[in-house]
Write a new protein. Sequence first.
Length: 174
Amino acid sequence: MTTKLWITDTSYERAKAGFERSLQRLDLDYVDLYLFFNKTRPAVNMLECNAFFQREDELQYLKEQKILMQAWSPLSAGSDALWKNELLLALADKHGKSVAQIVLRWLTQRGIVPVVKSASPIRMRENIDIFDFELSEEEMKEIAALDTGHTCFSERQTAAQVNGFLNIATQYNV
């Protein structure tokens, strides 16, 4: 089980309180991995990564540095573009799986650990059920061709964009 420190909980006291909130919300006594941001070399780097924003350069760099890549928003934030993609639908049909399972298997075969948000026990089980099939090299290449090189979220490259994001993020009670 993995959880992370919320972006606005950067002080020591807020980080401790945020960790406790995570445990309470997850109804757990512990987590296997708690992600936070600091100045030391990470063992895991969590990046947005999905079929439309594949981060191949970052993946190669992380592999060279022996840092595990973990994908947030692996299902493109539930975008219709993902669920209605003809290639992904065809592969799902071919393998007797869902589009989500195809994408999660594709990420896993690339050596990326997907982090999927779901409150549905059925979907949670489905998301884990990706190890009884394998995508061929050709299928992997076909999915790789879907890369747009762009996030499915608003850009955060400038100070104004980051401030806009933080203003939205602080409205959530996490």
